[in-house]
Unconditional design. Structure first.
Length: 618
């Protein structure tokens, strides 16, 4: 039946139920069904795959089984089930690439790898083939796929050589695939050889090719003209794209080329071509129309304000898909807003609510430059915009690999969350974040915040234990010093005089730099140390006394008499003299001490007189 061309009759014979378990009949049935459904619906092709797999279940070790596995992979490739085809064909590569079946397996696998986005795998597979032994058709395919794979890998010099070879080996130039010329031109442009690309593009534009290819060739030709500074020709060719494919993505790119050529030609204020005005969409959803909208918005006319430009770019960001145009738009908008964020961060500008709202509304922390992300976070924190501060802090914490910046993100997120919703930030959650290992040196800051929450709940001993555990695990002096001062203050409150003073002294020594003289934590520590000295007798010769004496000479004007007063009260220095608050207080204390001394003297004399009267009543 088959040799007479009666395919349907042949199929009926092998579909006999009596042959259901016959392996040869099953393989023959799959082959006949394969030929019968070659131009049929996809569902029929899937039935063919099922027939081949059934035949394989009956016999896996015959030459027909090898062919069946190959055809399963090829049909999956035909149906564009690319990952499945790649998986099915990979197991056939152990066949020698010099046999007909080995050549077919390698070619099919290379095609699947190329379509699956693995051009390097495609090249490596093609290179295993014996080119002289290939048929002319297979050899042409191998060179073409190698060129396409090199192009995908952006190895443009090698790709251009491969495309030139294809064109050179084509006997009749009018039979050259116009897409090959287009790819060759694009590769030449990418390697800075725009003038060499122009002849190939002019041949493509003047040939009978589909409109889309003609439009793409014209776009590339306009770009080469622009790069060779033929701006008038670039504008003219780009205008032609608007006529070839009006209201198309290619037309939008043509309008962008016109604007760019006119700008480089120095033609003053730019105007959108008449044919392109209907293409302008401020809420573009495709990269081509988005690029046109961005190009128009980024160079506004004389009546366009900066606020309108920001609004246009921001709305465009909300509609554009992920990709290069969206990143370009985001970077432009970020640059326009970043100067104000930096000013707020450095304290040279007051927060502008309108600009900060644009930042919150349009910019994505995930797309921000790492330094801009940090500056934006600090600007939100300093302007009290807690929700945005939490969002940007979380983004910094997730993105950064550097411990200090990552820890700063976690710390700011917690600070702003506590300012916004304090009831949601429990001490336990803070301790969990500190112990996560991802907060870097800011683990101590998170732990300290948890301890302060415990203090607010009158859990003084528990807060002290948390501080003790934290300071024992941290060696960063700039962070450890303030925590030690706070721990010493709390231990003094518990009555642990000697331990508290040791904590205070260690914290003050860690913060003993010129830039920390005015630090509020250090001042609080010195005040706590001065109060502690009034309760110990080892004052004049102690390290604490020496530190308090030395600090008087380093403090700023208001604190000099304050430190002198503390030293006077601790017995390690004279009373301050002057008309300030502390000098007056010291003077009053001295008067009170003098009065107390006189009273004690009078009381003593009275007691002695009374005692003498009892001893000598006469």
């Amino acid at each position: 039946h088959y040799t007479r061309g009666e395919l349907d009759a042949a199929l009926r014979v092998v579909e006999d139920p009596a042959l259901e378990s016959d392996a040869q009949a099953a393989h023959l049935h799959a082959q006949l069904l394969d030929e019968h459904t070659r131009r049929s619906h996809s569902l029929d092709r899937i039935r063919t795959i099922a027939a081949y797999r059934y035949a394989l279940s009956l016999s896996r070790n015959s030459p027909r089984a090898e062919r069946a596995r190959l055809r399963v992979g090829q049909i999956l490739l035909e149906l564009r089930f690319i990952p499945e085809a790649t998986a099915a064909l990979r197991g056939l590569l152990d066949a020698r690439p010099t046999t007909p079946r080995g050549i077919a397996a390698h070619i099919s696998f290379a095609e699947a790898a190329y379509l699956d986005g693995e051009p390097q795998v495609a090249i490596e597979t093609i290179m295993k083939l014996d080119f002289p032994g290939l048929s002319p058709e297979a050899r042409r395919w191998a060179i073409r796929r190698t060129a396409d794979s090199l192009f995908q890998l952006q190895r443009f010099p090698a790709a251009s050589l491969a495309y030139r070879k294809i064109i050179h080996e084509t006997m009749e130039q009018q039979l050259v695939d116009p897409f090959v010329r287009l790819r060759l031109a694009a590769a030449l442009i990418q390697t800075g050889r725009a003038s060499e690309a122009q002849p190939e593009l002019r041949v493509t534009v003047s040939s009978e090719v589909p409109k889309r290819l003609a439009a793409l060739a014209s776009l590339l030709l306009a770009r080469t003209a622009r790069e060779t500074e033929s701006f008038e020709e670039a504008s003219r060719v780009a205008h032609e794209v608007l006529q070839i494919l009006p209201r198309s993505p290619e037309a939008a790119l043509g309008a962008v080329e016109v604007l760019e050529a006119e700008r480089l030609a120095g033609n003053g204020e730019l105007e959108l071509p008449e044919a392109a005005r209907e293409l302008l969409d401020p809420v573009a959803t495709t990269p081509e129309f988005g690029l046109l909208a961005y190009r128009v918005a980024s160079v506004p006319g004389p009546n366009g304000s900066e606020a309108k430009v920001r609004s246009w770019l921001g709305n465009l960001l909300n509609t554009l898909p992920e990709g290069a145009v969206r990143e370009l738009t985001h970077d432009d908008l970020a640059q326009r807003l970043q100067a104000h964020l930096k000013g707020v961060y450095e304290g040279t500008e007051k927060p502008d609510p309108a600009i900060l709202e644009d930042v919150e509304k349009y910019l994505r922390p995930s797309l921000m430059d790492e330094n801009a992300l940090l500056v934006g976070l600090e600007a939100f924190y300093r302007s009290g915009r807690w929700r945005s501060c939490m969002r940007w802090g979380h983004a910094l914490y997730k993105r950064e690999v550097r411990p200090i910046r990552r820890g700063l993100g976690a710390w700011r997120e917690v600070q702003c969350k506590q300012a916004q919703e304090p009831e949601l930030v429990s001490a336990q959650r803070l301790l969990d974040a500190a112990d996560s290992g991802k907060s870097g040196p800011f683990a101590l800051a998170l732990t300290s915040l948890a301890a302060e929450q415990m203090l607010q709940r009158d859990q003084l001993p528990k807060a002290v234990r948390v501080y003790e555990q934290a300071v024992e695990a941290v060696a960063e002096p700039r962070l450890l010093g303030p925590s030690l001062l706070r721990l010493g203050e709390l231990q003094l409150a518990l009555g642990e005089l000697n331990l508290g003073m040791r904590r205070l002294l260690r914290g003050l020594s860690l913060m003993d730099q010129d830039e920390t003289v005015s630090d509020p934590f250090r001042k609080a520590g010195i005040v706590a140390l001065g109060r502690a000295l009034t309760h110990t007798k080892k004052t004049r010769s102690s390290q604490a006394a020496r530190l308090l004496k030395r600090e008087r000479g380093r403090a700023e004007q208001w604190w000099k008499p304050a430190y002198a007063y503390l030293g006077f009260r601790a017995g390690v220095g004279p009373a301050p003299e002057g008309d300030d608050l502390f000098s007056r207080a010291a003077s009053q204390i001295k008067q009170a001490d003098h009065l107390e001394s006189r009273i004690k003297k009078l009381v003593g004399e009275s007691q002695r007189s009374a005692l003498k009267g009892k001893e000598n009543p006469g």
